[in-house]
Design a protein around this ligand. Structure first.
Ligand SMILES: [Zn+2]
Length: 247
């Protein structure tokens, strides 16, 4: 493994359980051109969940960081808790001052945590439209809330290619009149849904749903990326869905 040129930085974490203070690796930048293994690290959420050496409790850490991946076409900037910092004001600022980071032919995203940063890596690895992936979340989360689950958030994990036409467990199948027969044969978009009690439940949704979300984006002229920094998170997706059914 090549050494990440930025991995030398350290941070300290205070354990929420026993108050022990211990050091943890702090990664300010993952540029896969210089450090291809950074993707693998991003894929394992252990690096932002350091374990207390004294009591083995898992903590969660967040700090400003960047992920630049020319091969996958994504540059993401992590601004911790950006969701609660008025992104409408922050994003124009980012586009003005982070413009020199902007690289041709790449999508630029602001994210609020490492879950979302890793999700951007996976989405672009599969060549998917990240706005369409975000739009799938309120559909999945809504169906869980209807069953009484209290959901914090959800993140894309994988694109599955089922072999037969068999229905998969814990998967939402949407269908349209034109492709009702294809509902069970296409790709399945796999998410981890994080409940407010800390539980993680895997949920899938089919390709027909993804195509319906692509149609929403085309109608709203949001299917193509403009090269600017954007925050496309769960709140954004909920607002888009709500705008389809104005009161
Ligand atoms: Zn501890």
């Amino acid at each position: 493994m090549t050494k990440n040129p930025w991995a030398a930085a350290q941070t300290t974490v205070q354990c929420q359980h026993c108050n022990n203070v211990f050091p943890a690796q702090r990664i300010n930048c993952i540029d896969t051109l210089l450090w291809p293994e950074g993707r693998q690290l991003l894929d394992e959420d252990a690096f932002f969940h350091p374990v207390c050496p004294q009591c083995q409790t898992r903590s969660e850490i967040s700090y400003p960081s960047r992920y630049i991946d020319r091969e996958f076409g994504i540059a993401a900037v992590l601004v911790p808790d950006i969701e609660s910092q008025q992104p409408d004001e922050l994003l124009p600022y980012m586009n003005r001052y982070l413009g020199r980071l902007a690289l041709d032919g790449m999508e630029h995203r602001a994210v609020g945590n490492f879950y979302a940063m890793a999700e951007q890596m996976r989405i672009h690895q599969h060549g998917l439209n990240d706005r369409a992936v975000q739009l799938l979340k309120p559909i999945i989360i809504g169906s869980l809330q209807a069953k009484g689950f209290e959901v914090w958030n959800g993140f894309f994990m994988d694109l599955l290619h089922p072999e037969g036409a068999e229905q998969m467990e814990d998967t939402i199948y949407m269908s349209t009149q034109e492709d009702a027969e294809d509902a069970y044969t296409g790709d399945v978009y796999q998410f981890y849904i994080y409940l407010t009690n800390g539980d993680i439940i895997p949920r899938g949704i089919n390709n027909t749903a993804y195509q319906l979300c692509m149609n929403i984006l085309r109608d709203k002229k949001l299917a193509d990326d403009d090269g600017q920094f954007h925050l496309y998170d769960l709140s954004w997706a909920i607002n888009i869905h709500n705008s389809l059914y104005p009161n």
